[in-house]
Structure formats: C-alpha cells, structure tokens
Design a protein around this ligand. Structure first.
Ligand code: F6P
Length: 540
C-alpha cells in the first residue's frame, strides 16, 4: 500500500531546515571548504562505480543531518520499500512503478498482482537478445536478402530520448556496422532526413511506443511504412518492421506481426524505460553482453540505494540536496554539465526524467503544495557550454545549481586532451563554488575601475560526479542514480512522480486544431487561438 501523503512543511525537520537556511546566509561555500580541511573527504561518497563529491554544496554537516531527518520523517524509506515491492505508488494511474524489476538478475522473483514480473522481463530480454544477435550478425535479412545496415528508431519522449542518449553515450562500444537514426518529431523534416540516408532493402524500422497511439510516432511510422512498401511491396513489412510496445492489438492493427513485437508493461513509465525493450536499438548497437552490463550497472545502483546507510547513500543525498537547493535556498534551476562528448544527449534525457516526473503542484492526495517542487533541468557538455552560457552561471543574478560530470578515462585518447577536459571541469567547479573576491582580483594588478567586473560571487552549489570510464555499466548506474534522486525528491514533496497529466491537454487540443486547419471542422477555441489558426492558414 502507498504510504499516506504528508505535507512536508508540517514536519519538524522542515522547520529546522528553514532556520538552517536563514543561518546559511552568514557563510559561503568558500568558508565551508576553508574551515574544514576534511570536508572534501567527508562529503565524498561512492557506489556502483559512481563517486559524488558534494563538498561544494552550500550545506553544513548540520544541514545534512536535518535533511536526513527530513527523509526519515517524510517516510522516504517506506515509499522506497513500497516501490521496489510493486505497490501502486503511481496513485493517479493506479500502477506499480517497477523499472527496478527490469534489471533484476535472472532467477530473482518478484510477484506483482499474482505474476512473477522478473520472469517475464527475462523472457522478453532473451527474445531481444536472439533478434539483436541476428541483426548484428547478418542472419536477419531484409525482403530482398540484404543484411541490415540502417536502423531507424521511431519514438518520442521516453521512447526516443533514452535510446538516443544511450546510442550517443556508448559510441565506443558499437562496432559501427549499422547506422542508427532516431526519429521523434512530427516535423516532416525529421523522418525525411532519416529515410533519405537509408536504403529500404537494408533498413530495419523499430516503432517504439508504449501506448502505440502517440500522434508523432504513429504518423512517422506510417510514412516509413509507405516508403518501404512503395519500394519493396507489402510483404516486405514483416522483414523490415518491428515494434516495441505494451499494446499487442494495436501493433497488429498497424500491420506488424506480433512475432516481431517486443513487449513491456504498464508498470514501466516511458521516461524510465530505456532498459526495457525500448532499449532494443541499444542492444542491437552494443550487443547482448553490452546490454547485460548496462542492466548490471542499473541494478548495482538500485542495490546501493536499497542497502546503503542514509549518510552514504548517493541517490538519497543527491535528492535531498536538490530539495535543499530548491526549497530552502530558492534555486530554481539545475544545469547538467557532462565533461564528455559521449554524454551530449544526457541533459536532454534528464530533462524528461526530472521535469516530467517532478513538475507537479498537487500532492498524491490532490492537495496543493505550498512549496516549490521540481527544478528546471538543462545543460550542454563541457567545455562547449563554457563558451556559451557559463557567463550567466558565474556572474548572472540567478543562481544555478550545477551537476558537473567527469569521466576520468577517454575512449579516444589524444595527447593530453582528456586531462585538459578534466582540468576545465575542476576549474569551473572551483570558480562556481568559491568565486573570486575583489581583493584577489586587485592583487592581480587589475585597475580599480575593472575590479567589479572581474569579481566572481561564487557560492553556486556544485555536485561533482566522477566515473572512471563511461561504459555500459557506468551509464546504467548513472541513470539509476538520477532516477532514484528524482524519486527521493518526489517522496519528500508528496507528489506522484510517475504520472504526466500536464502533457495530455495540449495533445487533445492539437487534434481539434488540426481539423480546423484542414478545414474539416470550424470549431471555435478562444479568440487568440482562432486568430492564429486563421493566420497560419493564410501563410501556409
Ligand atoms: O509526452 C508524454 C508521453 O506520454 C511521455 O511520457 C512518453 O515517454 C511519450 O509521451 C511517448 O509515449 P509512447 O511511448 O506511448 O509513444
């Protein structure tokens, strides 16, 4: 059963943290670091090959103690138990939230609503493994006998961002035999550009959609189907189309043989699905062993989250610090700054994971929150971002919390470039958190008039996350870290992190507006929308 919803502002720890926040104005991150030579060691924790150094957060040991008390009083542990057990903690959709079951090892058992879900997961994984292996080895042939050289994954949101992010992140583990394209946008350019690079005879299309109803995905899937059929005929569909979905009847109605469908379950949220069959493209790219290692990384972080004491628990502390920054230090946004080109899609992936999960303003029981919830997540890889938006991070009037991610070993070493990359990341972490005082600037010989322009206020909270190497295992553990951090934040805020009602209304309205644009209806919406429809019709 899902534990009762609590208004966190009624908890003792919440009041303590409000008092801590008032006190924290008297000291800075620089003061905290300089006052305690041991701070870096005591604020560095690790698990599942991920290291988190939170010494550059604006948090004293007593803030950390109060945050841990908040987790206890808010019942985070009970909700965590309920989630891993398969209780329907997604209350508004009455569903279990069991992405953790996707990575439980074969042989584990987890019965939910009378069914062993781990057994089902491994059944699908085995089928994916056979199929991926056939495609990779060339045993799977197109209708005219060609082996597959291009894979087009058509999906959007969780059915696109995870696979696209993982494909980019694990580029060093893909043998390059097959080109991958990820098509998501209903903008016709997206599918057109992808198909223009493919030969129908050697192309495999994966239609990835949990619901198999999403407008963008189904529209693009029909375009791809027509493209294939016009080149190779109707019978070719069975050789060139597979589906990943929870809805077998809809897949069949689209014309894809259920034998070519890989299922998953309603207890996997779209944004938590990259390690389900939605990851089919990932498995084709990195193979069975690579995908198994990805799952092992996810599972290692799940186990860490479940079993590590609170004060050393990575997702728990990361989630609590996010609450501290958001609710007590009034920091509305977090920049994700991976110093790894392979992680170029990671900020986009985290945008959906974090904002679709925690962008809510009512609690599970329907009562409104009186405090801030999910921060705005965004970012770009370093060092590129340094030459773009870091100016605002350093000297703007809005404080942005930063997650700086360092990968210690490059997969493509070139002279000392990797060390340059890491040096830049560490330099940014230092400047963001410590800043540079007027006295320090003046000591450089800077003329007095220029000094104020060169002062860096610092005091920007930074999480420094380090991994030894970006491989399937560490990618899995990194994603799982963020998944559980999101869970912790949602648990404190008392919201349902697993629904997404906010995106539904716009989707519905778009259908009616499309009818109007096409002249099939003349509904009136509101004066502004009606005027914009008319303007668009004149211009198109
Ligand atoms: O944008 C809303 C959403 O439902 C996401 O949560 C989901 O990841 C995406 O649409 C795609 O949904 P589906 O996999 O059902 O096509």
């Amino acid at each position: 059963m899902t534990p009762a919803t609590i208004d966190p502002t009624t908890l003792r720890a919440w009041s303590d943290l409000s008092a801590e926040a008032a006190r924290s104005r008297e000291s800075s991150i620089r003061d905290l670091i300089d006052a305690d030579p041991d701070r870096s060691r005591s604020c560095t924790i690790d698990g599942a090959r991920v290291i988190l150094d939170y010494s550059r957060q604006r948090a004293t040991p007593s803030v950390i103690a109060s945050l841990l008390a908040l987790a206890e009083q808010a019942g985070v542990e009970d909700l965590r138990t309920a989630m891993f057990r398969g209780d329907h903690i997604n209350t508004t959709e009455d569903r279990a939230v069991l992405h953790t079951a996707l990575r439980q090892p074969a042989g584990d058992r987890l019965e939910v609503d009378g069914v062993d879900v781990v057994g089902e997961v491994h059944e699908v994984l085995s089928r994916m493994g056979v199929f991926a292996n056939e495609v990779r080895s060339g045993a799977w042939l197109g209708a005219t006998g060609s082996r597959i050289r291009s894979v087009v994954n058509i999906g959007i949101g969780g059915s696109d961002l995870g696979p696209a992010m993982a494909y980019a992140a694990l580029g060093a583990f893909d043998d390059g035999q097959i080109a991958f394209h990820f098509v998501s946008n209903v903008d016709p350019t997206d599918i057109s550009v992808a198909l223009a690079q493919c030969d129908p005879e050697s192309t495999l299309v994966i239609v990835a959609s949990k619901t198999f109803t999403t407008l963008e995905t189904m529209t693009n899937a029909h375009v791809a189907r027509a493209w294939l059929v016009s080149a190779l005929g109707e019978a070719a569909v069975a050789h060139h189309f597979v589906a990943v979905s929870t809805d077998a009847p809809k897949v069949e109605a689209f014309g894809i043989d259920p034998a070519n469908m890989f299922g998953f379950w309603d207890w996997v949220g779209g944004r938590y699905s990259m390690d389900s069959s939605i990851g089919l493209s990932t498995m084709i790219a990195i193979g069975w062993d690579g995908f198994s290692s990805l799952l092992a990384g996810f599972h290692a972080m799940d186990t860490h989250f479940l079993t590590t004491p609170p004060e050393r628990n990575l997702p728990l502390l990361m989630g609590l610090l996010a609450v501290w920054n958001r609710d007590f230090l009034d920091i509305p946004t977090t920049a994700v700054l991976p110093y790894s080109q392979y992680l170029k899609r990671f900020p986009a992936y985290l945008q959906q994971l974090t904002m679709e999960s925690n962008g809510k303003s009512v609690r599970r029981d329907g009562t409104s929150v009186s405090y801030d919830t999910g921060a705005i997540f965004w970012g770009e890889p370093g060092t590129n971002g340094q030459h773009s938006f870091y100016q605002l991070l350093h000297q703007g009037t809005s404080i942005v919390a930063c997650d700086i991610i360092i990968v210690a070993r490059s997969e493509n070493p070139q002279g000392d470039q990797q060390d340059m990359l890491a040096a830049n990341a560490l330099a940014q972490a230092a400047v963001l958190s410590r800043g540079r005082t007027a006295a320090e600037v003046a000591a450089d010989g800077t003329p007095a008039w220029l000094v104020p322009h060169k002062v860096m206020p610092g005091n920007r909270p930074v999480n420094l996350i380090m991994i030894d190497r970006l491989d399937p295992f560490t990618l899995g553990s990194l994603v799982s870290l963020y998944e559980h951090s999101v869970f912790v934040q949602g648990a404190i805020w008392g919201i349902d992190s697993y629904d997404q009602w906010g995106v539904e209304l716009g989707k519905k309205l778009a259908v009616g507006i499309l009818d109007d644009i096409n002249g099939h209806a003349s509904s009136t919406f509101d004066p502004a929308t009606d005027a914009s429809i008319a303007l668009y019709r004149r211009l198109r």
